[in-house]
Design a protein around this ligand. Structure first.
Ligand SMILES: Cc1cc2nc3c(=O)[nH]c(=O)nc-3n(C[C@H](O)[C@H](O)[C@H](O)COP(=O)(O)OP(=O)(O)OC[C@H]3O[C@@H](n4cnc5c(N)ncnc54)[C@H](O)[C@@H]3O)c2cc1C
Length: 488
């Protein structure tokens, strides 16, 4: 993908569907056959802030809180009606606040992500919206801790926290363009029912998951399209205990975890099954719709997440292919309920209680930053002289695990969007290597990155400097004061 093409076409012609490499070329051919309409120039109302956080999801919520707590006048731009992003739509649990101590006997248990992410969990606990940090009793070579959340309470609690921090929260607002002054972002353009606006600021953080702001700003990126898209469902009127007995009767319990559920400790909060041990008719039918048997829950009689997967032929930045995938996933959701009703005891009257407003993916655009975290950095537990956090989970464990149940560091340079003076990226849009990304993209990592990026953006705005001029020792001290845990 030619970055200049994207920025130019999306800004000047209003075409936002050019996609990566091969696909991009096809799309360009189609566009050349089309007539163009030249949008008349118009004056937009301008608002001024210190920091713009684009995207109010997993990383963005934390980034906005961190920026505002440094005294920066902060705006959060979120296209949906609530904060939370993929953490309330796709992921089954938050991985992982702790190192993988249980898989490595003798290794000390330590909480490696704290700060604002932990504060969110504390607030959720009070509101009855999490299992807390529940220890895995089976499958702990995968993770030691499972922190499941109530998706709806998460939306409310984080919304309230944003408001308490004095952040200007714009939900139902699409970030639709970037205003550039050379290699510096001057502002962004937003669209909402209140109209089109220009938002000026000193520092910007892209937390849109797909890197929309970076792409509009002309940053380089790739689109690997190496994951299925997913729309997970919440399933109500089920018996968690009977599902467990069903898996157990087939010797198919893979992950098992007990924690706080419906206000009572010691309840099953995470389950996953080993497909090959389950009846072939069930697993074959489940396989056809890309259904995973892993679920978590915070409530009795409820599976918070059942995932339905579908592999798209092209990158999910292609609107028309996404439309087909959205329909296909909804058909798969209906089929999944049929399967649970037919095969799983205690689920005879199950029904869908929640779907995501749109499909999710583990990575869309990958934005080129000053440093690209490598798999060897993750597996060897490498720390950098500009660490902004420590992290100790890999989604492919036990196949891939961080050395000695320890942690690696995510460096500040991995958040700095290459070639742009005042733009940071946080969340699933960083890290190009597939296997390294299977660690850095996880929820708690994204949250930690958000705290660092929001803090750095605020400090840069305060000093009127670019992201590369910020003193690391200043950033580090401020992060430590914000409760961030460091190992080196
Ligand atoms: C199906 C699935 C299952 C997963 N399971 C787990 C799991 O069990 N545990 C785990 O730790 N991780 C899991 N992950 C990974 C993890 O959930 C994500 O990588 C992480 O939540 C991404 O965070 P983010 O902040 O980068 O993006 P998001 O949380 O998606 O936030 C992006 C936000 O930006 C908004 N946005 C996007 N574009 C614009 C725009 N142009 N204008 C305004 N707003 C915009 C979006 O609406 C969204 O709110 C899973 C991911 C998926 C897809």
């Amino acid at each position: 993908m030619d970055r200049r093409d994207f920025a130019k076409s999306s800004l000047l012609l209003g075409i936002g569907v050019l996609t990566g490499s091969t696909q991009c070329n096809k799309q360009r051919t189609v566009n050349q056959l089309m007539n163009y309409y030249r949008e008349p120039a118009k004056n937009l109302p301008v608002r001024e802030f210190d920091v713009v956080i684009a995207g109010g999801g997993t990383a963005g919520v934390v980034a906005a809180l961190a920026a505002a707590r440094q005294g920066a006048k902060t705006i959060l731009i979120e296209m949906k009606g609530y904060p939370g992003g993929t953490v309330v739509e796709g992921g089954t649990a938050l991985h992982s606040f702790y190192n993988l101590w249980k898989a490595f006997p003798g290794v000390e248990k330590r909480q490696v992500v704290s700060g604002i992410p932990q504060e969110i969990i504390d607030r959720l606990l009070i509101a009855g919206g999490t299992t807390g940090h529940a220890e895995m009793l089976k499958g702990y070579d995968y993770d030691s801790i499972c922190t499941a959340i109530d998706t709806e309470i998460y939306k409310l609690v984080t919304f309230e926290m944003l408001q308490e921090a004095g952040i200007f929260v714009c939900v139902n607002t699409l970030l639709a363009g970037a205003i550039m002054e050379g290699s510096r972002v001057r502002g962004v353009i937003t669209e909402s029912r209140s109209g089109r606006e220009a938002i000026y600021a000193k520092s910007f953080v892209d937390c849109t998951a797909y890197g929309d702001l970076s792409a509009h700003a002309g940053a380089d990126y790739t689109e690997p399209n190496d994951y299925p898209v997913v729309n997970s469902i919440g399933v109500g009127n089920v018996s968690v205990e009977k599902y467990y007995e069903y898996l157990k009767s087939h010797d198919a319990v893979n992950h098992y975890c007990e924690g706080l559920r419906s206000g009572k400790e010691g309840q099953i909060v995470r389950l996953s099954g080993i497909s090959k041990n389950l009846p072939i008719e069930f697993t074959e039918a489940a396989g056809k719709i890309g259904m995973s048997t892993v679920t978590t829950t915070v409530h009795d009689n409820y599976f918070m997440f059942i995932k339905l997967n579908f592999k798209m032929p092209v990158s999910p930045t292609n609107r028309d292919e996404v439309a087909k995938a959205e329909l296909e996933l909804r058909k798969r959701q209906a089929k999944a309920i049929e399967l649970f009703r037919e095969y799983v005891p205690g689920c005879e009257k199950a029904f869908i209680t929640r779907t995501s407003p749109s499909l999710n993916i583990r990575r869309g655009r990958l934005i080129t930053c000053d440093y690209d975290v490598k798999l060897s950095d993750v597996l060897e537990g490498r720390h950098f002289d500009d660490d902004i956090m420590a992290y100790g989970f890999h989604d492919s464990a036990p196949r891939l695990q961080i050395k000695d149940g320890g942690t690696y560091g995510i460096p500040y340079k991995a958040l700095r969007v290459a070639g742009i003076e005042n733009l940071l990226a946080a969340g699933m849009m960083i890290t190009s290597d597939h296997d390294a990304h299977m660690s850095t993209r996880n929820t708690v990592s994204c949250m930690g990155q958000g705290q660092a990026a929001g803090t750095a953006a605020a400090l840069c705005a305060g000093k009127n400097c670019g992201t590369r001029e910020l003193s690391y020792s200043h950033l580090r001290k401020t992060l430590e004061n914000g409760g961030v845990y460091f190992e080196s």
